[in-house]
Every structure is written in C-alpha cells, then in structure tokens.
Design a protein around this ligand. Structure first.
Ligand code: GLY
Ligand code: MN
Ligand code: MN
Length: 429
C-alpha cells in the first residue's frame, strides 16, 4: 500500500459497532472483492470490498473475515483468513500479508490461511442460528457482475438451507455513514492531496493545453503524495464539454475564452475526495461566465448552510431547488411562468441543473446511507450544484466536501481556492 498504516483501533471499534447490532447466536462473513478481469490474461487493479475494509483494514485479495460474537470459544469469535503465500507468489507478485501483519492491520489476533475457512465456518455454525452475509444494495447499484460475496450467498444457502439468513448491508450502511474522527482525518488527507493537484493545474492551464494534459498533471501530483490515483474517473471538460455531466473523453484542446470544468478527486487509504472546480482557460472569466459562476457559488454556499444536524436529503434537495430557481430567473434562463407551470416531477430548474446537490462520501465516492436518514454529526456530504447552458458553452459546477458537526459543519475543502477572483489571481501569478 502507498498510504501510511492506519491504527487498527479504527477497525476494532468498527467490528464492535457491528457486533452490537447482531442477533444472539450469529455469525457474519465478509469476503474481499475479486480481482476483475479485462481481456486475454489481463486484470484491473485490485479494489477492496468496502465493507471488508471497514471491518478489517485488510487491502488484499482472497481475504475473509468471520465474526461470531458469542461463540463459546473466545479464540474463534473473530477470525481473519488470508491468502497463504509461497515462493512462486512472492517471485511474481511480491509480498503478501503474513499472519502477524494481518493482526497488526486489523487488530484480529486469530489469523488463519483461507484454506482453513470451510472447517472453521462449519465449527462455528454448530452454535449459530443466524448467518449475516454481505451484498451490494446501494440504491443506485446497477452492476450485472456477481461479486465473491454474492456467490458465497448462493453456495452457503445451498449447503446450509435451514439457517436464518440476515443482510449485513443495512447495518453496515447505517454504521458507515457516520464517520469517526480517524476517518474524517483520512478524508481530509484525500482533500489535501486534491488541493495540491488543483493548485498545480492553476499554474498549468492556458489556451492550447489538452484536457488529457490537465488529467496527467493531477495524476502525477496525486500519486507522488501516496494516493492510488483518482477516486473516480476524472471529468475534465473545456467549453461545451463542461456541459456533459459525465464527460470522460478528456481529449480536446482548451480554447481561449472557454471555461474548464474539472470534477476530480484523489483517493487516499481507500477514502475519497470529490471536488469540482470551474476555471477560465485564459485566466479571466468573461462577464457572463462570472455571472453564472457566482450564481452557482451562492447556491453552493446556501446549500452548505443547510447541511446541519436534523435535516434530511429529500427536504434539503427541495429547498435547494427553490434557491436555484431564483438564480436561474436572475440569469434569464427560466421565467416565473416556467416556475408556475412546473410539476413536482419536472421542476423548472431541472432544465439547467439536472443532478442532485449532495451525496454521502467515504470509502465509496457515492457512499452508502439511507437517503431518509436524518443528518447527524460525523456524516460527510459533498455539496455540488451546477448550471449547464450548452447553448452558451458554459457549464459550471462547484463541489466541496462537508462534515456535519454538533453545531453545524466544517468544510474539508476550505483551503481549496474557490472565489472567482482568487482563482484568477493564482492563474496570473
Ligand atoms: N464525481 C462524482 C460526483 O460528483 O458525484
Ligand atoms: Mn464530483
Ligand atoms: Mn460528488
């Protein structure tokens, strides 16, 4: 791993929180993700299962955690299973976690090789009635690809049909959406790395530069600061490309007089930053670009003020819709008549602002949480309004990452330049 080792207290506390929500006579099992194939004999880089990481800190393939809180033999209440290495693996792939390193990483003292899993699981089941298994139930998950955990659900239910099966996902999403201070510090680190990237490109962007060159500058700055790289596919769109919400080609030249929208964040230790900044390619916003930019910034600031304990996503989004509508009227983009004729399904602002304002952020970029859960201290949200006007080649989005606190919120991106004049000043230095 490129990141500094995380104190295993975090994962020990996370397991305790899970255990407090499990029924008596239960066992929970979470597997790591598969290494996903590409073509021929190719593979993608490894991406750990977020729930296994949350419970163990283990960032290695073919790992399993077993948690059986009231199993009579204390030794077997928590077991971490790891891939046993050998000479061939160490020649071709390098170092794998030893049992001692498994303990140091996770705080779990009983570490076994994963070849022992079936035997231990069978032993545990003799004293259990409930089996908690992991599945991806993210509200927007649309993947057709089966995970190792999904295959395990099928195999387990076929082999042990008379047990009661429980879903881990609702418990873990409820725990994960409230972050501990250590997690907030890791998110802050991801934001600090993202800031370095942004400050670097402010000095780099000028007419004639290619979008992919900007992408390369970010990646270089992220990786040299111990990040694995981008937290998600970066969106770097100049001119009309700034209006394409999921623009990923990043292959065009930046033109004098155009705007450049960059939705880019660094990963750090599996935690993610999610930033958007919009800047003028030539270092100076036109009057119209500045008008639109400041409108989006006002909405972002107003939305941030609503990220307080007690609010909820549905009411929050409805309120921001009203704030955005006023700005769009002032920009001459929609009329009061449009607002009068709108329906709840089709509000007038959606013509120029088609996405949500906030999502949870954490080990996943669109982190897991019920959208109906009342905001509470420790939750981390993005705030990311935008106005997209393809007929004017102006798309502006501004996105910060915000932690809810007892009496309000703190902005993890407060040091990242955001005022139009500040951005212009740095670009001209
Ligand atoms: N970068 C993804 C998002 O802003 O939600
Ligand atoms: Mn984003
Ligand atoms: Mn976002």
């Amino acid at each position: 791993m490129k990141y500094d080792r995380i104190n295993n207290d975090l994962f020990t506390r996370n397991r305790k929180k899970l255990v407090a929500r499990m029924k008596p006579r239960s066992v929970a099992i979470v597997h790591s993700n598969d290494i996903m194939p590409t073509n021929a004999d190719g593979y993608m880089g490894f991406m750990q299962n977020s729930n296994l990481f949350y419970l163990t800190g283990v960032d290695q393939e073919e790992s399993i955690v077993l948690i059986a809180p009231d199993f009579p033999d204390e030794e077997l209440r928590e077991v971490l299973f790891l891939r046993e290495t050998n000479e061939e693996i160490s020649i071709w792939e390098g170092h794998k976690l030893t049992k001692g390193e498994g303990l140091e990483t996770s705080g779990i003292s009983n570490v076994k090789w994963n070849t022992e899993f079936e035997k231990v699981f069978y032993t545990i089941l003799a004293e259990c009635d409930n089996i908690y298994l992991e599945s991806n139930e993210h509200i927007r998950s649309a993947s057709l690809v089966e995970t190792k955990n999904t295959r395990f659900i099928r195999a387990c239910q076929a082999q042990y049909p008379l047990y009661n099966y429980e879903r881990l996902f609702p418990i873990l999403q409820d725990l994960r959406c409230v972050k501990s201070q250590v997690e907030i510090d890791l998110l802050q680190q991801a934001c600090a790395i993202t800031e370095k990237g942004f400050r670097r490109i402010l000095k780099f962007v000028k007419p004639g530069v290619m979008e992919y060159e900007v992408e390369a500058e970010y990646l270089h700055e992220f990786v040299r600061n111990r990040s694995k790289g981008f937290a998600y596919e970066p969106i770097i769109g100049g001119g009309g490309n700034s209006c394409v919400l999921h623009y990923l080609n990043n292959n065009e030249e930046l033109k004098d007089g155009d705007i450049l929208l960059m939705d880019v964040g660094a990963e750090y230790a599996n935690y993610n930053a999610d930033m958007t900044r919009t800047i003028p390619v030539n270092g100076k916003f036109s009057d119209r670009q500045r008008q639109v930019y400041n409108a989006v910034l006002r909405v972002k600031n107003a939305a941030t003020d609503l990220l307080n304990p007690g609010n909820r996503i549905p009411e929050y989004h409805a309120e921001i819709g009203k704030i955005m509508e006023k700005e769009l009227v002032d920009l001459g983009l929609i009329t009061m008549d449009d607002i009068k004729n709108e329906t709840p399904e089709r509000p007038a602002y959606k013509k120029y602002f088609m996405h949500g304002t906030s999502h949870h952020l954490g080990i996943d970029v669109h982190d897991v949480a019920s959208i109906y859960k009342v905001f509470e201290p420790g939750m981390v949200f993005t705030v990311e309004p935008g106005i997209y006007i393809p007929e004017e080649n102006i798309g502006v989005r501004i996105e910060d990452d915000i932690v809810i606190t007892e009496d309000g919120h703190i902005n993890l991106m407060k040091n990242i330049p955001i005022e139009a004049e500040e951005i212009e000043e740095i670009m001209h230095q």
